[in-house]
Structures are given as structure tokens and as C-alpha cells.
Design a protein around this ligand. Structure first.
Ligand SMILES: [Zn+2]
Ligand SMILES: [Zn+2]
Length: 135
């Protein structure tokens, strides 16, 4: 059982199966939708996803004719995307409250990545447990 919730907490859910392979997606629509360098996603079978609260707040935006991106209309957290006819959600991992145990295995749409984000140097950047001192 893996639990998660949106930023405002009004949407909460649980996933009753291990999640699939974790992918970092650098496509332009993911970057825009999430306001970030990339989105971290994994497939979750629709049968194994249960919305606990906030159904009325879950709105979607169709970023392409067959793909809808679902988010909390109160706080903006993206929860999952769904491509018409597929039996799984393309789950957005940022709203997980539990550790899914699975670890990222690849980056996709690197051809569309943000020009300011450098995959090669990312891991060697200084790491701070909290705020960087003096900023
Ligand atoms: Zn919310
Ligand atoms: Zn994407």
C-alpha cells in the first residue's frame, strides 16, 4: 500500500500494488504542466488506484486529444495523466507520501529537455540538506 496526497491535502489516494518502472520525462508539456525541469512518472494500473478524498476537486486538462492530465483544482498538484484506452494511469510521483521502493530507471524526451538543465552535471552539483547558507 502506497499513499499520497496533493499539496493542499484535499485529494488523497492509495495504490495497492507496487508501482512500475520510474521514468523522468523531459517533454515540453510535462515541463509546463509541472513547472519543473522534468516530471517523474510511473505506470499504475487503474484497478490498483483508489481515490480516498477530493474527487470533486480532481480536474483535467487535455494536453493532446487523447491524453488528459489530472490535477487538484484547489492547489494545482498533478496527480496522474491518462491516455485514452489505456488500463493504467501515468502516475506523477511528486505527490507520494510513502516511499514506493522502486527507483528511477531512465530519462525520456531528453531531445526536448530544458536548455538550462544539464543531465551530465546534475549529480555533481553541491547538495544541501535544507536551504543553502547565505541565500
Ligand atoms: Zn490540492
Ligand atoms: Zn512528458
Amino acid at each position: 500500500m502506497i499513499k499520497g496526497s496533493c499539496l493542499c491535502g484535499k485529494i488523497s489516494y492509495k495504490i495497492s500494488s507496487p508501482i512500475g518502472e520510474i521514468t523522468h520525462c523531459h517533454c515540453t508539456t510535462c515541463r509546463k504542466a509541472h513547472g519543473s525541469a522534468f516530471s517523474s512518472v510511473a505506470a499504475v494500473s487503474i484497478d490498483n488506484f483508489e481515490l480516498i478524498s477530493g474527487k470533486k476537486l480532481l480536474k483535467h486538462y487535455s494536453s493532446s486529444p487523447d491524453k488528459a492530465r489530472y490535477f487538484c483544482s484547489n492547489c494545482g498538484s498533478h496527480i496522474y495523466a491518462h491516455r485514452e484506452g489505456q488500463s493504467h494511469y501515468i502516475f506523477r510521483l511528486g505527490t507520494l507520501d510513502d516511499d514506493p521502493q522502486t527507483r528511477p530507471s531512465n530519462h525520456i524526451w531528453v531531445s526536448l529537455k530544458a536548455p538550462w538543465y544539464d543531465l551530465k552535471t546534475d549529480c555533481s552539483l553541491p547538495k544541501h540538506e535544507k536551504w543553502a547558507e547565505g541565500r
